[in-house]
Design a protein around this ligand. Sequence first.
Ligand code: PLP
Length: 468
Amino acid sequence: VPPVSVFANSTAHWRHLDAAHHLHPFSDTKGLNAEGVRVITRAEGVYIFDSEGNRILDGMSGLWCSAVGHGRHAIVDAIADQLRQLDYYNTFFKTTHPGAAELAAAIAQVAPEGFERVFFTSGGSEAVDTVIRMVRHYWAAVGKPGKHIFIARKNAYHGSTIGGASLGGMAPMHAQGGLPIPGIVHVQQPYWWGEGGNMSPEEFGLFAAQEVARAIDEAGPENVAAFIGEPIQGAGGVIIPPSTYWPEVQKICRERDVLLVSDEVICGFGRTGEWFGCQHMGVQPDLITFAKGVTSGYFPLGGVIVGERVAEGLIEQGGEFHHGYTYSGHPGGCAAALATLKIMHEEDLVARVKCEIGPYLQERWLPLANHPLVGEARMVGLIGALELTPHKETRAKFPGEVGTVGLIARDISFREGLVMRAVRDSLILAPPFTLSEEEADDLIATVGRVLDQTLAVVRDRGLMGPPL
Ligand code: PLP
């Protein structure tokens, strides 16, 4: 019997149930319950609406996933039609279904050349875990079982499963639950603004790439299976690497026969203005992980796109791959993805990100660096960040705990009707690809107000630090 309340269908009712029963991801439940959650009840286009009727621009596309925007009935209908026809069947034991076969082909069609095979999962973390097992199995199958170590980056996010969180380089995640698992080495991230010191971005890009070489050589290339990285680190703070970074990393991996894995859970399916972020960076990986944008968040689905070399080794020499998920290739997820891709093709949304709304927003976003609180404004396609600082020339940090000012700005932004996320003392943005020019203007005007109000609070609290 569901709980009955005189407050039924009210914000107070949902808050009460939520506080009593719901443990939220990445949340401090005690603090959250004290503050009270915001209840989101519906969404349309680039907007979400809360239970009090407030309209908020979804500047983060949900969690980077709502690429084609909210309220797309064509996707909803495709899922419903599919579930009415075939609600579920597995793809394990000599069976498939039309949606899984068609989606694998549709993904191969937009993937970089040489990527013809797709392994399905329910989301990004499972895709990353699949990579760990698949890559190690591949090396064993081709007679090099010693190659088992993964090189990843500090502050990277690759998901929340034990494998994904281990490959990720988030210190607070490693501090809980005995992570990382063995066989993973974390190296310098290509975060010039925060860690580039006196080097130019180009010098720093090469320096960060050389750290990959150093880690591989220290472990011994005969022991190293793969390097994994996001083309642009998303959850780590939209870290757009200097142009020198990825070509050098690719060269280093090729020279040492180390596989390159591009984690495209955020960048994949158009976010950077190319179908995949590796294409924007001009690199050819061996494996690609994806999730989020592929279904635009309408149904959980992710996977691994496997390049020629690994596919051939696995198929010809690997035998049975003892790995899979109940929902690998779920019919509902496949229908959602096929309908999402149809919209992306019909509305030419990837080109829209590259040539129209991406440049339009960038043109208005990058000058935000002139605001007294902003040290750097960066954006590729529709993924960007603003670095907040008390002193741009020295890229100084605010006094006190890192992240305080970021959270102040994030909360002001939410109140002003725009979802942005705070990472340390930066604000990050990744709106849906369907954002109109008018909505982009509105977004930029809101960011301006958010920065002004944040500056006032920061000054008021003495957080600008002593004058330099
Ligand atoms: N990899 C990257 C780069 C991500 O950004 C994420 C999620 O944000 C994941 C993996 C994990 O995906 P999921 O949350 O679908 O498990």
